[in-house]
Design a protein around this ligand. Structure first.
Ligand SMILES: NC(=O)C1=CN([C@@H]2O[C@H](COP(=O)(O)OP(=O)(O)OC[C@H]3O[C@@H](n4cnc5c(N)ncnc54)[C@H](OP(=O)(O)O)[C@@H]3O)[C@@H](O)[C@H]2O)C=CC1
Ligand SMILES: CC[C@](O)(C(C)=O)C(=O)O
Ligand SMILES: [Mg+2]
Ligand SMILES: [Mg+2]
Length: 330
C-alpha cells in the first residue's frame, strides 16, 4: 500500500515564516489562496488587472502583479491555465526567482512536456488536488478536504517534501489524504482521467444515452433527468461508498441491469480505445496537439465548444435547472 499522509504527519514549521505567491485567481487559485490564508499562511496573489483581480481584492487578499508577487515570495504556486503558463513564467516569474525558492504546480504538464524549464537553484514540486478548485474551497469551508498528490522534480534545499506536505495541509488536502507521485505519473494519470473517464468519457456517455432515448421518441426532459441530472445522485453514492455503496442503494433490478448491460456499452473495444488515448498522452501526441491548437488561437476548440453548447441536452437542461434553483445554489 502507498503511504498516505494526513494532518498529523506534516511538519508545519516547513512553511511557517514563508510567503506564498498564488499566481492566478481562477478555479484552483482562489481555493489555494483562501484556504492557505485561513490556515494561517502568509499569502499574496499575483494577478493581471481584470475580473479575477477584483475578486481577489473583494475576498480580502493581498494582491499585486505577477512579477511583484514572484519577487516577494518564497513559494510560488503557478495556477494559471496550463497553456498560458510558459509565457507568463518566462516574462514575469522567472526574473523574480531567487535561489532556494519553491516553484510549484498543481499539474505537471508544463514541466513534464518541457514547456517550462526551471533554473537549477530552486525547488520544483507539485501539489495537485484531485478535484475541481471550487470543491477544494467548498469542502475546506465545510471542515473537510479534497485528496491531493505531491511530487518532487527538484530538491535543492533538501526540504521540498516537507514544504510540499505543509502546503498540501494548508489547502486542506491532508484532511483527506496526500500521496507521493512523480511529475510523469501525475501528468499522465490526470490527463487520462479527465479524457477517458471524468470529463470526456462521462460527457460522451451522457450524450449518447440522452440521444438514444430522444431518437427513440422519448421526451427530452425525461431523458435529461434520467441521463444527466440523476448522475450526480448516483455518483454521490459511489463517492460515499464505492460501487458497492451505490449498488446497495439502487434496486436489485437496476443492479442486475448494471451487471448485464454496463459491459455491453463500455466493452473490451472501449477499453482498447482507452489504451490508445493513454498512448497518445504518454508519447506526447496529445500535449503537442493542445500546444499547437493554442498557438493557432484555438480554431477547433472554439468550433467544438460552440456546437456543444447548442446540443439539445444543454438547451433542455438550462430550462429545467431554472426551476431547480437549489441545484445552482453554490
Ligand atoms: N481547474 C481545476 O480544478 C484543476 C486545475 N489544476 C491545474 O491548476 C492550474 C490552474 O488551472 P485552473 O484553476 O483551471 O485555471 P483557470 O483557468 O481557472 O485560471 C484562470 C486564472 O488565470 C488568469 N489568467 C489566465 N490567463 C492568463 C494570462 N495569460 N496571464 C495572466 N493571468 C492569466 C485568469 O485571470 P483573468 O480573470 O484576468 O482572466 C484567472 O485568474 C492548471 O495547471 C491546471 O491543470 C489541477 C487540478 C484541478
Ligand atoms: C478532472 C479535470 C481536472 O483534472 C481536475 C478538476 O482535476 C482539471 O484539469 O480540471
Ligand atoms: Mg485532475
Ligand atoms: Mg487536469
Amino acid at each position: 500500500m502507498a503511504k498516505v499522509y494526513y494532518n498529523g504527519d506534516v511538519n508545519d514549521a516547513a512553511i511557517q515564516g514563508k510567503k506564498v505567491a498564488i499566481i492566478g485567481y481562477g478555479s484552483q487559485g482562489h481555493a489555494h489562496a483562501l484556504n492557505l490564508k485561513e490556515s494561517g499562511i502568509d499569502v499574496v496573489v499575483g494577478i493581471r488587472p481584470g475580473k479575477s483581480q477584483e475578486k481577489a481584492k473583494e475576498d480580502g487578499l493581498e494582491v499585486t502583479t505577477v512579477r511583484e508577487a514572484a519577487e516577494q515570495a518564497d513559494i510560488i504556486m503557478i495556477l494559471l491555465p496550463d497553456e498560458s503558463q510558459p509565457k507568463v513564467y518566462k516574462e514575469e516569474i522567472e526574473p523574480g526567482l531567487k535561489e532556494g525558492n519553491s516553484l510549484v504546480f498543481a499539474h505537471g504538464f508544463n514541466i513534464h512536456f518541457n514547456q517550462i524549464v526551471p533554473p537549477a537553484n530552486v525547488d520544483v514540486f507539485l501539489v495537485a488536488p484531485k478535484g475541481p478548485g471550487h470543491l477544494v474551497r467548498r469542502t475546506f469551508t465545510e471542515g473537510a478536504g479534497v485528496p491531493a498528490l505531491f511530487g518532487i522534480f527538484q530538491d535543492v534545499t533538501g526540504n521540498a517534501k516537507d514544504i510540499a506536505l505543509a502546503y498540501a495541509k494548508g489547502v486542506g488536502g491532508a484532511r483527506a489524504g496526500v500521496l507521493e507521485t512523480t511529475f510523469k505519473e501525475e501528468t499522465e494519470t490526470d490527463l487520462f482521467g479527465e479524457q477517458a473517464v471524468l470529463c470526456g468519457g462521462l460527457s460522451s456517455l451522457v450524450k449518447a444515452g440522452f440521444e438514444t432515448l430522444v431518437e427513440a421518441g422519448y421526451q427530452p426532459e425525461v431523458a435529461y433527468f434520467e441521463c444527466l441530472h440523476e448522475l450526480k445522485l448516483i455518483v454521490d453514492l459511489m463517492y460515499e461508498g464505492g460501487l458497492e455503496g451505490m449498488r446497495y442503494s439502487i434496486s436489485d433490478t437496476a443492479q442486475w441491469g448494471d451487471f448485464v448491460s454496463g459491459p455491453r456499452v463500455v466493452d473490451a473495444g472501449a477499453k482498447e480505445r482507452m489504451k490508445d488515448v493513454l498512448t497518445d498522452i504518454q508519447n506526447g501526441t496529445f500535449a503537442k496537439g493542445w500546444i499547437l491548437e493554442n498557438q493557432a488561437n484555438r480554431p477547433e476548440f472554439t468550433a467544438i465548444n460552440a456546437n456543444e453548447s447548442e446540443h439539445l441536452i444543454e438547451k433542455v437542461g438550462r430550462d429545467l435547472r431554472k426551476m431547480m434553483p437549489f441545484v445552482n445554489a453554490k
